[in-house]
Ligand binder design. Sequence first.
Ligand code: PGA
Length: 250
Amino acid sequence: MTTITPLIAGNWKMNGLKQSLSEISELAQLLTTGEAPRALVCICPPATLLHAVAEQGASSGILAGGQDCHTANAGAHTGDISVSMLADAGAQYVIVGHSERRADHGESDDMVRAKAEAAIGAGLKPIVCVGESEAQRDAGQAVSVVAAQLAASLPDAAGQHSVVVAYEPIWAIGTGRTPNSADIAEIHDAIRAQLVERFGETGATIQILYGGSLKPQNAREILAIENVNGGLVGGASLLAKDFYTIISAV
Ligand code: PGA
């Protein structure tokens, strides 16, 4: 069986000012004084804090990631951020296709795939997000919706380069609700099968994260599910203590 090093990634979303860097110091301290983490640890802060997080986290192994990127490397795209800028600021990862970007900015699977390609081109690992709405789940379409999104959002280059997949049911994000373990397992197993079918052995090594109300209280149960290779954590990543508890649950 392939062993996959889990990844626990924190998505700060549009939260965090300079003073929030104290959470990075606290997390760094917890990570270096406690038991060695059994997972890679990454924080995706807002772009304004990326460089500081990358610098401050480096000595304790905290990796940094962006929350989005443009498909182009530079140019006339006011307000956007390119993959080379993220890499230059110290990022190793970038989240692409988060449901909030898909909803708020109309990002299509094609655009998400182009962003993932750009990320790979810059040496970043894209964290490609997929997930069904509540209506789609109620209609029994969760597996098929996720499969279609994944097929269209993951670039072929994922067969040769490091990518991460995050399954985030939209209705679980920020709501305190999560699917039950069997439902999570069903989707993660289906994603794994799809990755292996498309990428062969490489597909067996791709981290599949669960995201959506992952908390200190449910982390142990969810992270123990087969084919759950870590988590993408929103709200509970804002406080070092909570995030560390989730990391320790691996
Ligand atoms: P949540 O967010 O943990 O606050 O539900 C997860 C995410 O959107 O990545």
